[in-house]
Design a protein around this ligand. Structure first.
Ligand code: MTE
Length: 303
């Protein structure tokens, strides 16, 4: 399929790779949710010290790959034991060709075209990450979406023997996410297979993870094994865990605060000075591309 979106960012905008890999360690030094404790955090950074996150807020703001544990070093410690080859993705529900699709087959035989996507991403911090991947729309086209389909549900691998975090009920496993079908078919919605010019490391969701750059990071479900087309809004793990704080849409929206912190600004990390605060942009700066998807909706209700 032809590329439907032109990158507006260049290599010069990309967050330095070393900063990206160390971001959680760097940010841990800042402490606090929404990274509010600026003064103390900067001092900690200057000394290279780390503050151990231990509150629920800390844990949820350092969310990363909970199947391997909620501690900030857990994914790096345990994700290596996840077997990612062979890898299969089941596509079912309202599709013409339901079935189990082999990852290698998807990538080689089905001529899905990969490219580099330099996307802004934002949590309490912001970065520009170069992903490698392809449009989710291409993958859905393989299965043939039926006209009654309205939503897409995703599930992560659940293999407790390789995923120590799944022995705890922090989230309802398997990790689940969902998109409305028009969001899923948007050219900015990709399935990523690589990052910084390398295959995805396990802890970042190998071999295949979703990336939706106008939404908060937790929508970007990792290590996907199941995709279901439905006519009902699917349940999502974070919404099930805390519906007041995490809605289905999770669009980046500076005007709608998380119940416990402001989402109006972010710290741009990298490029030397990694604590510069700047206003968060509507839809993470992708307003021109995606705002029309939400015409007529009250985004303070559908957050
Ligand atoms: N996917 C799964 N399966 N399990 C998770 O715990 N964490 C999410 C998201 N995808 C998560 C997941 C959250 S909270 C974030 S912020 C991003 O992955 C982090 O992605 P990154 O580690 O590549 O930055």
């Amino acid at each position: 399929m032809a590329h439907r979106w032109q990158n507006d960012l260049t290599d010069r905008d990309v967050t330095p790779e070393g900063v990206f890999w160390n971001r959680r360690r760097l940010l841990a030094g800042l402490g606090g949710v929404g990274l509010g404790a600026i003064g103390a955090g900067n001092a900690a950074l200057a000394e290279g010290a780390e503050l151990e996150p231990n509150t629920w807020e800390d844990v949820t703001s350092y969310c990363n790959f909970y199947e391997f544990g909620t501690g900030k070093t857990d994914p790096a410690t345990y994700a290596g034991q996840m077997t990612t080859s062979p890898w299969q993705v089941e596509i079912d529900g309202l599709v013409d060709r339901p079935g189990v699709y082999d990852f290698d087959q998807i990538m080689s035989e089905m001529s899905i075209e990969e490219r580099i996507y330099r996307f802004r991403c934002v949590e309490a911090w912001s970065m520009v990450v170069p992903w490698q991947g392809f449009e989710l729309a291409d993958l859905l086209a393989l299965a043939g979406v039926q006209s009654e389909a309205r939503y897409v549900a995703f599930e992560t691998l659940l293999r407790p023997e390789e995923m120590p975090g799944t022995r705890y009920g922090v989230l309802d496993w398997p990790y689940r996410e969902g998109l409305r079908l028009d969001e899923a078919l948007h050219p900015l919605t990709i399935m990523a297979t690589g990052i910084f010019g390398k295959p995805l490391p396990n802890q970042n969701g190998a071999p295949l993870r979703l990336v939706v750059p106008w939404k908060y990071g937790f929508k970007s479900i990792k290590s996907v094994v199941k995709i279901t087309l439905t006519d009902q809004e699917p349940a999502t793990s974070w919404n099930m865990a805390n519906a007041r704080e995490y809605g289905f849409y999770s669009n980046v929206n500076p005007e709608v605060d998380h119940p416990r912190w402001s989402q109006a600004s972010e710290r741009r990390i990298g490029g030397g000075l990694f604590t510069r605060r700047q206003p968060t942009l509507m839809f993470n700066g992708y307003e021109a591309e995606v705002a029309a998807l939400y015409d007529g909706m009250d985004l303070s209700k559908d957050f």
